[in-house]
Design a protein around this ligand. Structure first.
Ligand code: NAD
Length: 355
């Protein structure tokens, strides 16, 4: 196995743009990580952060992930992200997102926004009042749009089917999947896995949603902590990032990890730790691209059939990455990252042939 170059560090962003809404006082950051392949695309997160520095650090990490994700998915888009600091007290939401839209518009199409954790279709409708560079709006007459989570879930399920075959020589109907987080993506993923015959263990702090999963899917309920150490075949992290730290990886009892959450690894070192434990890690930025494919389709004017074709292609892309990782003696995570950076540098297949 080729060692990971930890010193290489993250790829620096092209631009970091501070944001402050004069009406609500809410601050945030827009990161344009890369525009090499097209406008920097990535959602707008509204979250409680301890400080502006924490918010900016999260935006930087998420934006870099979007650069890799969009390149790997063969999209004509760069990577970006916006984060806004949720003040934890009531505020004028419509005013905030109109102000945010003005900041997006001022970037003249270098950044395209959409919903993310803590934001939704209604917020993007407000952004659209002041900017053209927004997706995730209500779908019109069969065109892509709206909340993209169903597509993200489909991409993860498609990738999981491939990973289960490669790592376990089994089908989804043979395995138990532990799903952490039953939000927009996690619940939709459970629907798909249940339909495919998988057994489910789930963790979700909203007890009504957890109870619904127990009734609908016959899912076993656990606390989040117990779920991460549960005996299962697959772990699907679908809550927030950073969940796979040193201690938790040491406790895992699964054979593979394949889920929707962005930045699942606490640090790059956990990719190696997982491999040392014989756990196959399906790179998050490869398998969770379904949502951004739908966002890209909405912004670029593709139809729903094109979205489905590209999302279903995520399985084949993972298969190809796992094959190349094996051949090159690198981790899947590294192989996926290298492929994305190659595409950005223009050394890989032209995007037209990847489409
Ligand atoms: P969401 O906010 O709808 O769902 C997150 C869920 O996780 C919520 O139900 C929440 O109660 C639950 N949760 C929070 N802490 C938890 C914990 N400790 N244990 C178990 N559950 C916990 O978000 P989402 O849109 O479903 O996205 C989930 C993840 O996937 C996020 O990391 C997001 O960045 C990533 N992602 C989402 C999309 C998309 O299309 N929505 C696309 C790519 C990546």
């Amino acid at each position: 196995m080729r060692p990971i170059d930890y010193d290489a560090g993250p790829v620096p962003p092209e631009d970091v743009v501070p944001f402050r809404d004069p009406d609500t006082g809410i601050a945030g950051t827009i990161v344009l990580h890369s525009t090499a392949l097209g406008p920097a695309a990535g959602g707008c997160r509204l979250w409680r952060y301890a400080s502006d520095e924490h918010a900016t650090a999260d935006a930087l990490r998420l934006a870099e992930g979007m650069t890799l994700k969009n390149a790997l998915a063969g999209l004509p888009l760069g990577g970006g992200k916006a984060v806004l600091r949720d003040p934890g007290v009531p505020f004028d939401r419509a005013a905030l997102f109109r102000a945010f839209g003005r900041a997006v518009e001022a970037l003249r199409g270098r950044y395209v926004t959409a919903e993310d954790v803590g934001t939704g279709v209604e917020d993007m409708v407000r952004v659209a009042e002041t900017s053209r560079h927004v997706a995730g709006l209500p779908p019109r007459a069969g065109r892509p749009g709206g909340n993209p989570s169903g597509w993200t879930a489909l991409g993860v399920a498609t990738a999981m089917r491939v990973a289960v075959r490669r790592r376990l020589g089994a089908e989804l109907s043979d395995v138990t999947v532990a799903v952490q987080g039953l939000g927009h993506v996690g619940f939709a993923l459970c629907e798909l896995l249940h339909a495919a015959g998988a057994k489910l263990i789930v963790a979700e702090p909203r007890s009504d949603v957890a109870a619904r999963a127990a009734v609908r899917f016959g899912a076993q309920l656990m606390s989040s902590q117990a779920l991460l150490a549960a005996k299962a075949d697959v772990l699907a992290p679908c809550a927030l990032g950073g969940v796979l730290d040193f201690v938790r990886v040491a406790q895992l009892q699964v054979k593979l990890v394949c889920g929707a959450a962005n930045n699942q690894l606490f640090s790059e070192r956990q990719a190696e730790q997982l491999a040392d434990r014989g756990i196959l890690y399906a790179p998050d930025f490869l398998v969770n691209a379904g949502g951004i494919i739908n966002v890209a389709a909405e912004y670029l004017g593709w139809d729903a059939a094109e979205v489905r074709r590209r999302v279903e292609d995520i399985g084949a892309r993972l298969d190809d990455t796992l094959y190349r990782a094996d051949r090159a003696g690198v981790l899947p995570h590294q192989a996926a990252r290298m492929e994305a950076l190659d595409r950005i540098a223009g050394h890989a297949r032209p995007l037209a042939s990847a489409a």
